[in-house]
Each structure stands twice: as C-alpha cells, then as structure tokens.
Design a protein around this ligand. Structure first.
Ligand code: HSE
Length: 379
C-alpha cells in the first residue's frame, strides 16, 4: 500500500510514525504546510502531485475541517484511490455525497477514527449488523467534555480553567467551542446513527445543548442528589423513526457512564439479540486516533473496498418520541417551565417528563432571556 498523507498535526504525526514502523505500507507523500525535521516522504503542498501519481493507491486525510478536505476526498476517490480519514466534520457534513461516490468508484471510504477516536466503534457496529438489528446507540463520545466534567466533579475548579488544561493536553479541537457546544459529538452521533440504522440523518436533525454554562454550583447540586453529569449523544430507532439528540445528562452514580474518567469515551449500542454492548477507550489523542487510522489502512490493504454500510434511506426524524425529566437552571420567568416543575434543587428545578423536541425548542428561546441557562436530561 502506498499512501499520500494529508496533514501532519497531532494525529497526522502519529499516523506518520506508526506507518513508518510497518513493512506492509509506506507513505510516499506528505501534504502539509511546514517541513518537519527528519521527514523521509516527499513533501508537497500540491494535492495534485498525490492524485496524479498512479503509485499512490490510498489517501489518508487527517487535516480536519471541511475545506479543502471535501474537495480532496472527491478528487482522490474520483481518481480511484481509497480514502481513509479521521475527519468527522467532513463525513458528517458530506455523508451522502461521499458514501455514494465511494460506492460508484468501488473504492474504500473508512473513517473509524472519526467516531470514537481509538475505539473500534464503527467497525463494531458494522459487525453487529451482519447478524443483528441495532435499536439504539448512545454514549460519551467527546474526550474534552468528559475531561472537563470529570475534573469538575472531582475538584472545585472552574469550567474555563479545566478547558485550558484539556487544550494543553491536546484533546480539544482547534476551536474548542466545537467540543463544549456539542458540535463535535453531534458529528459523531450523525455518523454513528447513519451507520447503525442505514439512514441519512443530517446535523440539522440532531438538536444539541452543550456544557459551556455548567457551573461549580450546578455540579454540587448534582452530586448532592446522587448524580453525575456527562455530555451524551443518543440515537434511537423505533417503528421506523429516528430520535437523535445531544444533551448534558445526569446519570446516577451506579451507571457505567458515571465512572468514565478523564478524556475516555464510553459508547454503547443496544441490539435485538446481542443486547447491550459498550465500548470504552481513548476517544481522542495522537496515538489512539492514529492507531484506528492504521487499523483502517490494514483493512483496506486486506481488500476492503466499501464504506461500513450501504443502501441508506432518508431518516424520518421524530424527537417527540423520547421524553424524560430535566434539570433546568433558568434565571428568567416562563409559564411553560413553571407548569412542568416537580421539585426545586438549590440551583435549578426538576421537570416532569418532557419530549426532547419540546425541551430543546424551548431552550433556544429561553437562552435569549438567560444566556447562562443550563439544562440536563435525567436518565
Ligand atoms: N476534540 C475531540 C474530543 C477529539 O475531545 O473527543 C477527538 O474527536
């Protein structure tokens, strides 16, 4: 296998080092802006050098971002090259276009590192579906936010201080608002749901509430009531419809999710026969992510010429079909919320069960009154 590698940052540097330790694949080109010390591959800033070289059979993209990643993916697969990427934004935004192109050209499109970092999550879904039907997926799919929530539960430190630590440790996205506002986990939720359910869910179908506004006082309230707060993505299939959403979630202390430390991820599917299967591991970081890129490359070298699934249908999205109680901290006044209150905690109130669609729609307008409001599902 001869590879053109796009990007030599945190993950790209890891891929470069791991591939260089192998004999079954080699990196012929590296496309990046600066020439690092000791690079043995050809350095180019022109992607066409890679596309036009017939010796290159596989392109690996670990630059991130939507452009020019989308254009590179289209060019590479159109030229008959396999495409392996960790770019979740690219796959979530261009899911239909890229999976269709890969199928048309008969090339591999693999992105295992895009959802779950170092966890073999998409491949586990792929395998499960050979013998079973997945009914739901859910979990902690963002290392930065888990690191923040875990640290804030252990020590009384402010949100912004912990975010700074996560950035220094290399977990956070270049723009960490993608992590804390839930956009990163939303991408992973879309990819996972589409692979699990053979649908074409889009990001607009998945309402998101992030953790930006959580306070030390909120966490003290959660702990006092025996809960731990995690940012969780969920997608459920019921009667042919899909509900999918991302929200801070209060889980009781005995749940597996409550025990997930540091930047780890814990992702679960439920299937009709297999029941619950949960995958725990490193969801971010240089070598865990690079490891999964290399696993994809090994699959492609072994003959895989596909995406994880095919025959997608449009998703019928219905976020009314899932309802639960919520913790809401809101400084404004709102009759709809008042009607729902069943209990008052120190900082926030607890609501009766309310649908995900209604709560997220309300939160959008409520944020205009109180930009610091916070909500969390209770499960
Ligand atoms: N910023 C992401 C995270 C990186 O924290 O999980 C891995 O996708």
């Amino acid at each position: 296998m001869v590879i053109g590698l796009l990007g030599l940052g945190t993950v790209g540097g890891g891929v470069y080092n791991l591939v260089n330790g192998r004999t079954d694949m080699s990196i012929k080109y590296v496309c990046c802006l600066e020439k690092p010390e000791g690079l043995t591959a050809i350095l180019t800033s022109n992607f066409d050098d890679i596309v036009n070289d017939p010796e290159v059979d596989t392109v690996v993209e670990v630059m991130g971002g939507l452009h020019p990643a989308r254009e590179f993916a289209i060019k590479a697969m159109s030229a008959g090259k396999n495409y392996v990427t960790a770019n979740k934004l690219l796959i979530a935004e261009c899911f239909q276009e890229l999976t269709a192109l890969a199928a048309e050209k008969g090339v591999a499109l693999r992105c295992t590192a895009a959802a779950g970092g170092g966890i073999p999550w998409l491949t586990a879904i792929e395998r499960c579906k050979r013998a079973d039907t997945i009914t739901s997926i859910s979990g902690i799919m963002n290392g930065t936010t888990n690191y923040i929530m875990d640290t804030m539960h252990r020590q009384s430190v402010s949100f912004s201080d912990v975010l700074g630590q996560a950035q220094q440790l290399g977990y956070a996205e270049a723009d960490p608002s993608a992590d804390i506002d839930g956009k990163d986990i939303q991408n992973k939720c879309v990819i996972s749901a589409n692979v699990a359910f053979d649908v074409l869910l889009q990001k607009k179908d998945v309402p998101v509430f992030g953790i930006r506004n959580v306070t030390v006082q909120d966490i003290a309230d959660f702990k006092e009531h025996g809960f731990c707060c995690k940012l969780i993505a969920t997608a459920v299939r019921r009667s042919g419809k899909i509900a999918a959403f991302v929200e801070p979630t209060l889980v009781s202390g005995g749940r597996l999710e409550a025990a997930v430390p540091s930047n780890f991820n814990l992702i679960t599917f439920n299937a009709e026969n297999a029941g619950r299967q949960s995958y725990f591991g490193q969801g971010a970081g240089r070598y865990p992510t690079a490891y999964n890129v290399v696993e994809d490359l090994i699959d492609v070298a072994g003959g895989v010429r596909s995406f994880y699934t095919s025959d997608f249908t449009a998703a019928e999205v219905d976020n009314e079909m899932v309802a639960h109680q919520y913790y809401v901290r809101f400084a404004g006044t709102d009759p709809w919320l008042e009607e729902l209150i069943t209990e008052k905690w120190d900082c926030g109130v607890i609501t009766k069960p309310v649908s995900v669609a209604q709560m997220h729609a309300w939160a959008k307008t409520a944020e205009e009154q109180d930009s610091q409001m916070f909500l969390a599902a209770i499960k």
